[in-house]
Design a binder for this molecule. Structure first.
Ligand SMILES: C[S@@+](CC[C@H](N)C(=O)[O-])C[C@H]1O[C@@H](n2cnc3c(N)ncnc32)[C@H](O)[C@@H]1O
Length: 247
């Protein structure tokens, strides 16, 4: 049977991966709120969307997940960022992030690693974790190494993806999205000094086209976080696979 008749090719599982990412951010935000509560920290959650783009998926989701009191910081080294009309959404500078003066509770790195060669991504993650030791890192990216170029182009057709395809050209777009398997993504993240929860990347859709890792700096596993799966499971609609692998 031609790959073009496989069910995933009908829609590329864009909506499925989006819904999983919403649930994942929701679960991590709930966890960090709880962590602050247990530690007697009354400051609201502050999240960083690292590599946010003009108005990427991660920003849209985080704006919806965080409360009005919680703060969202956006950073992109190369792209302009759409100004926000919302008082709790700000732009961060490299100094805010890498000086470590400001400590974020959540750092999203959503579809950013695919834009970099592995060595560059490792350096970026290593510098980030050095400066940001108390964050929960939510890393979402494509895991399409085992697919052909034709399959990748047939699969990644959401509006956002078509925008990047036009911008980068189809060859560069496909090659960058085919860099990783779930395992190589975990290895990359761990080689930068982060620890992936349960040592796993979880599939974001039934075909594993995209995967997610929740990670933290290696020295940072407070006892109150060790087993919150049950409480979190009650509050979120994470699929079993994502929930089991990363919470
Ligand atoms: C495919 S977009 C993803 C945007 C958004 N995070 C999302 O989930 O839709 C990747 C973004 O990462 C940014 N980026 C690439 N390398 C970066 C780096 N070293 N530091 C910060 N941002 C970077 C690019 O400029 C681009 O806007």
């Amino acid at each position: 049977m031609s790959v073009f008749f496989a069910p995933e090719h009908a829609h590329g599982y864009h909506a499925h991966a989006y819904d999983e990412q919403v649930a994942l951010f929701r679960a991590v935000a709930a966890k960090q709120r709880r962590r602050k509560f247990f530690e007697g920290d009354t400051h609201p959650v502050e999240a960083l969307d690292y590599g946010s783009g003009w108005q990427g998926v991660s920003r849209v989701i985080l704006e919806g997940v965080l409360s009005a009191r919680e703060q969202l910081f956006l950073y992109d080294r190369f792209a302009a960022i759409k100004p926000s009309g919302t008082p709790n959404v700000h732009q961060a500078t490299a100094k805010d992030i890498f000086s470590g003066k400001k400590q974020f509770s959540i750092i999203s790195i959503s579809y950013v690693i695919c834009c970099m060669a592995p060595q560059e991504a490792r350096t970026m993650l290593a510098e980030l974790q050095e400066a940001q030791q108390s964050a929960q890192y939510v890393i979402v990216d494509y895991t399409l190494r085992d697919r052909t170029r034709e399959e990748v182009l047939a699969l990644l057709t959401s509006n956002q993806e078509m925008k990047w395809r036009r911008h980068m050209g189809e060859d560069a777009f496909a090659q960058t999205r085919m860099q990783h398997t779930p395992q190589s993504l975990v290895e990359l993240v761990e080689s930068a000094g982060l620890r992936a929860r349960n040592g796993k990347a979880a599939p974001m859709d039934p075909a594993g086209l995209r995967s997610a890792i929740v990670a933290e700096a290696q020295e940072n596993t407070p006892p109150c976080l060790i087993d919150m799966r049950e409480t979190i499971g009650r509050e979120t609609r994470l699929s079993l696979s994502v929930g089991e692998a990363i919470m």
